[in-house]
Design a protein around this ligand. Structure first.
Ligand code: ADP
Length: 551
């Protein structure tokens, strides 16, 4: 039999901090030592009749090292395979066959590594295809080639062995060994280490302890076969639990530990499988272990696939939310024009007023007008900033604020228009009001929208009146804007807050829809109705920040 390690994918971006030759020497020594150790262990399972080990994990070791660290480990693998071949088969295997066996081992590992890389195998075992790839390519290329080399050498050395029988035994031994050690080495040396942060140490320790205890009990040879045999299956639920709940390198580690105990016990003639003679017993045990390893890998991979599907679904939802925001952004870019209109009009009228005041030399009033101009420019900039934050998915910053502090800049902003249109504005705000938690500029936008609509509704009247009143209640503030305009025709009321619903020439129909979204984002409600005395009434609520904190 041979011991061809299967080649794997390139090292998973492991950092080589030491000098390259030190790194290579270190990995080579590790490979040779481990290969030799499992080779020694494999010879425990050698029935006298054949001299062929029935479990040969060395191939799996070679494959894992070459896959993870690259083809540069092949020379070390050649040394390891030569050592083992020379030590254990030299009496019966002629030198050319022994050399041929080593070369075939190397070729099998190189071919297997190439195949795994070629087909995109990932040592994380997060997809079912990774399990099948390891089984197929490992089984066909590495184990197949290794078995051919081994069987050829053995058959040449011992007349009594038929090549086909020997090949079959070698292949089974290689494949079993590979399935036992390759997953654990692949996940520990390669992909697994990156997942250490997620692991639950207590759970892994409890599972590991239970597995070792059961395997120890079953294979220590103290229990009658009638009990030990069914008990040997108790490792299955534990390994399945590990596969579902633990990172894959923990699962492969636990599976290998259980397998190693089972094989060692049986090899030394203990446990329920030992009674049938080494060959039969090991083949039966191998079948059970192969099932165990496959169960662990398949479940881990299915879990990986489910997690990947969930991650994709989450990503999809994020994309949808973003797309939703961006399509809203389409509406909001129209809204932006709407919201910027007010500060820009104010800018223009304060600029004109400033010019007039400058011409007349009224410096004190000029200072005031320039301050308003400055405030309007800041408001425009803040509106743009908030739109950008909205598009990027940031939530607005809420702060604790007293309502009068919100009203002041709004009235300042509207003052030129009120004066120009001769609109009488009444404001009624009680002295002691609870504070609210709000994004100030958004609330100012709502107030400006409602007040401007009210002003526009009164256009054409000689006694234009707009009234803003605030009532403080225990849990919320109620802000009401009324006017003495014509009111809202009843049939328009149901669609009043829909985007782009407008009955004004040059209107955008966005002010009310944006205002309602903003109020609702603050946990309040915005409603509209007609007053009995005539005119419209818009009212919105805002939850108070803390009913004990009064302004
Ligand atoms: P816009 O003002 O651009 O039309 P809005 O969403 O702010 O968009 O308003 C939608 C419609 O609601 C207006 O076209 C108007 O017909 C009606 N409306 C809003 N406020 C009042 C009001 N105070 N009185 C009468 N109608 C109003």
């Amino acid at each position: 039999m041979s011991t061809a390690p299967l080649p794997l994918a390139r090292p998973h971006s492991r950092t080589e901090t030491s000098a390259p030759w030190v790194w290579l020497a270190g990995r080579s020594v590790m490979l040779i030592a481990l290969y030799y150790a499992v080779g020694l262990w494999g010879f425990v399972f050698t029935p006298d009749a054949y001299g062929i080990p029935l479990v040969w994990p060395a191939t799996g070791v070679g494959l894992a090292f070459v896959y993870v660290y690259g083809y540069r480990l092949l020379p070390a693998l050649g040394i390891a395979a030569s050592l083992i071949t020379w030590q254990f088969t030299s009496p019966m295997m002629p030198l050319p066959e022994a050399l041929g066996s080593v070369v075939a081992t190397l070729a099998g590992v190189a071919l297997g590594t190439h195949g795994l890389r070629r087909f995109g195998f990932s040592a994380r075992f997060e997809r079912l295809r990774d399990v099948w790839l390891l089984l197929l390519i490992g089984g066909l290329a590495a184990s197949g080639s290794a078995a051919t080399a081994g069987a050829w050498g053995m058959a040449a050395g011992m007349e009594s062995l038929r090549f086909s029988n020997t090949w079959w035994l070698c292949w089974m031994a290689d494949l079993m060994g590979l399935m036992l050690v390759a997953p654990v080495l692949l996940t520990w040396l390669g992909a697994g280490l990156t997942r250490h942060a997620e692991q639950n140490h207590a759970r892994a320790a409890a599972l590991g302890f239970s597995l070792v205890a059961i395997a120890g009990l079953v294979y220590a040879g103290h229990l009658p076969t009638g009990i030990a045999m069914p008990l040997s299956y108790a490792v299955f639920p534990l390994v399945m639990l590990a596969a579902v709940r633990c990172p894959v390198h923990i699962t492969t580690g636990l599976t290998m530990a259980a397998g190693a105990i089972a094989l060692s016990g049986t090899g030394w003639g203990m446990g329920p499988f030992a009674e049938m003679g080494l060959e039969v017993s090991l083949l039966s045990l191998n079948a059970q272990l192969a099932l165990l390893v496959l169960t662990a890998l398949v479940l881990s991979a299915m879990r990986g696939e489910r997690e990947a599907a969930e991650a994709r679904a989450r990503q999809h939802l994020d994309d949808l939310a973003r797309a939703g925001r961006l399509s809203t952004l389409g509406e909001l870019s129209a809204g932006l024009a709407h919201e910027l209109n007010q500060p820009l009009c104010a800018l223009a009228s304060y600029a004109q007023a400033s010019k007039r005041l400058l011409e007349r030399g009224r410096m004190e009033e000029l200072k005031d007008a320039l301050a308003q101009l400055d405030a309007s420019a800041h408001r425009a900039a803040e509106t743009v900033r908030q739109m950008r934050a909205f598009a990027a998915g940031h939530s607005p910053e809420f702060s604790s604020i007293a309502l009068p502090d919100l009203l002041r800049p709004v009235l300042d902003l509207l003052r030129p228009e009120l004066r120009r249109g001769r609109v009488q504005m009444d404001v009624s705000v009680p002295n002691a009001l609870p504070r609210i938690k709000a994004a100030p500029v958004q609330m100012e936008q709502v107030l400006v929208n409602l007040l401007r609509n009210a002003m526009e509704a009164t256009e054409g009247r000689s006694d234009r009146q707009v009234r803003l009143s605030v009532q403080g209640e225990d849990t919320e503030l109620r802000i009401t804007v009324t006017d003495n305009g014509p009111g809202i025709p009843e049939h328009r009321l149901p669609a009043l807050f829909d985007p782009f619903a407008t009955w004004k020439s040059g209107g955008l129909g966005l002010g009310l829809s944006i205002s309602r979204s903003l109020v609702e984002a603050h946990g309040g409600h915005l409603t509209a109705r007609n007053r009995e005395a005539g005119g419209a009434e818009f009212q919105f609520t805002l939850p108070v920040e803390d009913r004990d904190a009064r302004t």
